[in-house]
Design a protein around this ligand. Structure first.
Ligand SMILES: NC(=O)c1ccc[n+]([C@@H]2O[C@H](COP(=O)([O-])OP(=O)(O)OC[C@H]3O[C@@H](n4cnc5c(N)ncnc54)[C@H](O)[C@@H]3O)[C@@H](O)[C@H]2O)c1
Length: 402
């Protein structure tokens, strides 16, 4: 049975990746699960997680390094040994900080493993090209987990847009502001000015969605960022405002921050509005992605919340444990199922045909069909480090220039 090794044991592994994999394991779709982290500390948190224990009684993962290893010991290259130690044709899930994705993905492809990576694939288009070439050569999957694509509302908008019901996108706004408390997390150690910024970290979701819905390509980007201090003194671009121009002349404004008030309801604020035009009339797509119609006021602890039933929730479906539901689960499942399907195919030629059809369908983001994401990130980084100047994307040379 297909083995899955997750590299990175942080927030996204706890909140979405590991529970999705545990559920697939419970359903008999995958075999052993391993998690490899920089140190044993996050692995211990995963192993002792109250919600994971309650949802998946009796299930566990193999830890690298071992849980008994002192938490202060760092193992930055252990992932290489762990990946090489897996029989080829299994699955590596990449959930390390953005700037480490490339090394881990290449190690996985070199070892003949299929890959599911959290977004963004990598921070440079040239690296994405190398990954695309290697994956194609070896007939291996690299699926990029942009889970908003698996939100039914995105799929509804995509189908209707492609049927022509909205005409053509003209102007849009999107925002995704995470709570202020994110600044207290491990983010302060890596999401700093030299590595990333609020747009690179979360803005890419809405750029990806606008392409996913419309099929348009971004052609220029400018990102204005405000430098701010994390609690540990590190500096990050914690507030960003981006303007993305598309190949039909449309314009999308994207605002991102680690600054939504902690006392506000929900875990963030986010949404997308697109004004469109055609046949002498205006059209509109407007998605409130954090307020999804639920208002809860709790007694213990006293709290008002507006939870999303759509991203990732645990529900009681009878039996022991809890079942993860939502587009966070569906997205991981879609990529892992595709990898399982490919893993069963011994002919490289046949695997290449399947991969080409995945690229064409465009439901799963792959290095071949979502290069615009890396180009936007690369352009955005160049722009933000140069005071927000406009940076253009050149698809012929796979590069960006100011
Ligand atoms: N909405 C989304 O799609 C979404 C949301 C959150 C995070 N992410 C992405 O997930 C990735 C991780 O984010 P996170 O929030 O879980 O971060 P995090 O800081 O909580 O966790 C990072 C993990 O990587 C591990 N790590 C670091 N270096 C390593 C190495 N050399 N070998 C093995 N493990 C190593 C750390 O030990 C830690 O467990 C980022 O790329 C982020 O952009 C995506």
């Amino acid at each position: 049975m297909t083995q899955v090794t997750v590299i990175g044991g942080g927030m996204i592994t706890h909140d979405q990746i590991l529970p999705s994999l545990y559920h697939m394991q419970r359903r008999g779709r995958i075999g052993e699960i391993a998690v490899c982290s920089l140190s044993s500390a996050p692995l211990r948190e995963l192993a002792n997680s109250e919600i994971l224990g309650r949802a998946f009684p009796g299930q566990s993962f193999r830890s690298y390094p071992d849980l008994s290893t002192p938490p202060e010991e760092s193992h930055p290259d252990l992932f290489r040994e762990v990946i090489v130690g897996m029989p080829p044709g299994n699955i590596v899930v990449v959930a390390v900080p953005d700037q480490l994705h490339y090394d881990v993905i290449m190690a996985a492809l070199d070892a003949g493993q299929h890959v599911c990576t959290v977004k963004p694939l990598v921070l440079k288009a040239a690296e994405a090209e190398i990954i695309e070439r290697k994956a194609r050569e070896r007939g291996l999957l690299v699926g990029i987990e942009y889970h908003k694509r698996f939100d039914d509302r995105s799929l509804m908008a995509r189908r209707r847009y492609r049927e022509g019901r909205f005409g053509e996108f003209r102007l849009g706004t999107a925002c995704l502001l995470e709570k202020w408390y994110y600044r207290e997390s491990n983010f302060q150690n890596w999401c700093t000015v030299e590595n990333s910024d609020a747009f690179t970290y979360i803005g890419c979701h809405y750029v990806d969605l606008v392409h996913f819905i419309t099929g348009l390509l971004p052609v220029s980007v400018s990102v204005y960022g405000i430098r701010d201090r994390y609690p540990n003194g590190n500096e990050g671009f914690l507030w960003t405002d981006a303007r993305v121009i598309w190949n039909n002349g449309a314009c999308l404004n994207v605002q991102n921050a680690l600054g939504f008030p902690d006392i506000a309801p929900g875990t963030n604020t986010q949404g997308l509005t697109m004004y469109c035009a055609g046949a002498g009339a205006g059209a509109l797509i407007s998605h409130s992605d954090q307020y999804r119609g639920l208002k809860y006021a709790y007694i213990d602890p006293p709290e008002y919340a507006e939870p999303s039933p759509d991203y990732f929730q645990y529900v009681d479906m009878g039996g022991s444990g809890l079942v993860p539901v939502g587009y966070g689960y569906r997205s991981v499942e879609y990529i892992v199922e595709a990898a399982i399907h490919l893993a069963a195919e011994k002919s490289v030629e046949r695997r290449r045909e399947i991969l080409a059809s995945i690229d064409r369908d465009g439901l799963m983001a792959t290095p071949a069909n979502s290069r615009y994401n890396e180009l936007v990130i690369e352009a955005g980084r160049l722009s933000i480090l140069n005071g927000g100047r406009t940076v253009c994307i050149d698809y012929n040379s796979n590069s960006v220039h100011a």
